[in-house]
Ligand binder design. Structure first.
Ligand code: GDP
Ligand code: GDP
Length: 481
């Protein structure tokens, strides 16, 4: 729900060692037509300001190029003199490296200093227009700032990707102070003072992933329970929280958003969101077999993991599928509870039927977990919440770039994309650009030509290889030369 208007008045600083392309990016962002501000001779040529723009997004941008010309005894001193204030004034820092050269010791040195400034950092791998930069991209990942954003300031490429990253980070900022909404990787990967060692890529990836998982685990799981009337949601929730509280909660006058129920499951916090919507539904006396899409959407949007409750006797109705699709379209993780399991006689048969039905009807997230439960007897409720946590972890997953690209090469080798106009289409590298849900960018020439079924081949392969059942996966294709 970020609107561009909200990000007006923000200041971005472009920093990095000499020659990585800071001025070029600065000029690119402010546009050729605009004259430079604060660049008068006589004034120390330290910082230049401009009105930057990427698509609809506007901001103030500071270029710190030229710090190398300033006088100072050590690199550090010069950085301090020239860049400190720019960074201090910035809401967000674009830390540039040269993708072709990879990560140099000067970059590392610079970053060590930069981290102490406690500003959100977006790592930008400039000069990424050529194949020669791929190595640099992998290496940049090891800086521990999350995925580097590949751009070419000179050719104006990758700015949309940069915009995504900036919005992501500014989103973090906007959400600060709301711990349960705190975002994923930003905090885990770029914690101030955290200085990851340069180790071998996989080892580093694993350490970063572990730190990320830990951060995820410290927040309450935002859970929603949805389903048609009469499937047993209220019974289930009452059983989960172990008291008859749900239906006797605060009455009119209290805003719906304030109504959430928290409890603990194996030492981890669970927050049931939007119980107001549930109560409203539960109160429908004639139990009309209808779900309000608006209500469901509202509930889903507050949640990370959504449990869709089915009446196992009725199995999957069209409406259930609609809700399931809605959940996945919204990018939430989906789990299915087959309730009233106590009433089912041939349990194996019922389970198989349900699985088949789901595999056929919900292709957006293959392998969705189905947990047979009984809200009435309490059967399998621990398993249900365990499954919700497991899913939450997958949904938050940050996959290592090196492993992703090894996988991509194998996929492309074993089943190459078609020839178009005598030239082979080839996804060249990929990176995960977001979590919650996992979102991946594939970089290639002529992305517009890649057939949908090839994209499906990649997406399904990704889900299988990296074990992401029930998690909506998003992909985007980016053009490189
Ligand atoms: P600064 O010292 O960090 O401000 O770097 P400059 O903006 O002056 O750029 C240094 C050099 O890199 C110049 O020769 C630029 O033309 C070149 N450069 C900048 N951006 C790119 C890019 O995206 N691709 C390539 N190949 N060269 C670039
Ligand atoms: P909701 O409208 O989805 O909140 O459904 P309720 O929780 O009000 O349950 C609807 C009906 O199904 C009630 O009569 C419940 O007693 C019954 N019910 C709920 N869960 C179970 C269950 O696990 N097993 C059986 N046999 N009945 C259940």
């Amino acid at each position: 729900m970020r609107r561009d208007g909200e990000t007006m008045g923000l200041t971005l600083a472009i920093v990095g060692r000499p020659n990585v392309g800071k001025s070029t990016l600065f000029n690119r962002l402010i546009g050729k037509r605009q004259a430079l501000v604060d660049d008068q001779p006589g004034v120390t040529r330290d910082r230049r300001y401009g009105e930057g723009r990427i698509g609809p997004f506007r901001f103030r941008v500071t270029d710190t190029a030229g710090f190398e010309e300033a006088k100072g005894d050590t690199l550090e001193a010069r950085m301090r003199e020239q860049t400190e204030r720019a960074v201090e004034e910035a809401d967000l820092v674009l830390f540039l490296i040269d993708a072709r050269e990879g990560v140099t010791s000067m970059d590392q040195h610079f970053l060590r200093w930069l981290r102490k400034q406690h500003r959100p950092i977006v790592l930008v791998a400039n000069k990424s227009e050529s194949k020669a930069s791929f190595a640099g991209l992998g290496e940049a990942h090891r800086l521990g700032l999350g995925e580097p954003i590949p751009v070419s300031a000179e050719h104006g490429q990758g700015l949309d990707l940069l915009l995504d990253a900036i919005r992501d980070k500014l989103g973090d900022k906007a959400k600060r102070g709301e711990p349960e909404e705190a975002d994923d990787d930003g905090a885990a990967f770029a914690a101030p003072g955290e200085e990851p060692e340069f180790e071998d890529t996989d080892a580093f990836d694993e350490a970063a992933a572990a730190a990320h998982d830990k951060a995820v685990e410290e927040r309450p799981l935002q859970l929603a329970i949805v389903g048609r009337p009469n499937v047993g949601k209220s019974t289930l929730v009452n059983r989960l929280i172990g008291e008859e509280r749900l239906l006797v909660g605060p009455e009119a006058g209290i805003t719906r958003d304030s109504i959430a129920i928290d409890w603990e499951h194996r030492g981890r916090r669970v927050r049931l969101v939007d119980t107001a919507g549930m109560r409203r539904q539960a109160k429908v006396t004639d139990k009309v077999e209808r779900l309000s899409v608006a209500d469901t959407l509202n509930t889903i949007r507050f949640a990370e993991v959504v449990i869709l409750v089915l009446d196992a006797e009725v199995m999957l109705e069209k409406q259930d599928l609609t809700v399931a699709s809605l959940v996945l379209e919204e990018g939430r993780a989906l789990l299915i509870a087959a309730n009233k399991w106590d009433r089912i006689e041939d349990k194996p048969k019922a389970l198989k039927k349900l699985h088949d039905r789901i595999e056929k009807s919900l292709t957006q997230a293959k392998g969705i977990a189905v947990v047979p439960v009984s809200g009435l007897t309490g059967q399998n409720l621990d398993r249900l919440i365990d499954a919700a946590f497991a899913l939450h972890k997958q949904w938050n997953r940050r996959l290592p770039t090196a492993a992703l690209n090894r996988w991509l090469r194998a996929m492309v080798d074993s089943h190459p994309a078609p020839l178009v106009g005598g030239r082979r289409l080839k996804p060249r590298y990929m990176t995960q650009i977001k979590t919650r849900p996992p979102t991946f960018a594939f970089f290639m020439n002529r992305p517009e030509k890649l057939p949908d079924d090839y994209m499906r081949y990649l997406t399904n392969g990704l889900r299988e290889r990296f074990d992401l059942p029930g998690v909506p996966i998003r992909t985007t294709l980016r053009k490189i030369k």
